[in-house]
Unconditional design. Structure first.
Length: 97
């Protein structure tokens, strides 16, 4: 039969730290910070290359999207210019005399 303890051990899902918490008061008794994982220079360089490639892809996608949006805006503007003659001229206040 397991012993009853007055504390709980909890692992933080965000930072992976281990917290020892008093079971009745909820007070943190002890905090054990996670050990840092060693990253090699080659791994970091590969990660930077991958990030650079994805950044370029995202830039090209955003650029193409903006170009298509500007083409749509330009088409709408040209259509409005063609239809401007169909519109009635507004009555100016000086014409009421």
């Amino acid at each position: 039969m397991p012993k009853k303890t007055d504390h709980l051990t909890v692992r933080c899902p965000c930072c992976d730290a281990v917290l020892t918490v008093h079971s009745t008061s909820g007070e943190i008794l002890f905090t054990e910070k996670p050990k840092k994982k060693g990253v090699s220079f080659e791994d970091a360089l590969q990660q930077v290359q991958r990030d650079k490639e994805t950044a370029e892809d995202r830039f090209h996608d955003a650029f193409a999207k903006e170009e298509s949006r500007m083409k749509t805006v330009e088409d709408k503007f040209q259509e409005a210019l063609r239809r401007k003659d169909e519109l009635e001229e507004p009555i100016r206040p000086l014409d009421w005399d």
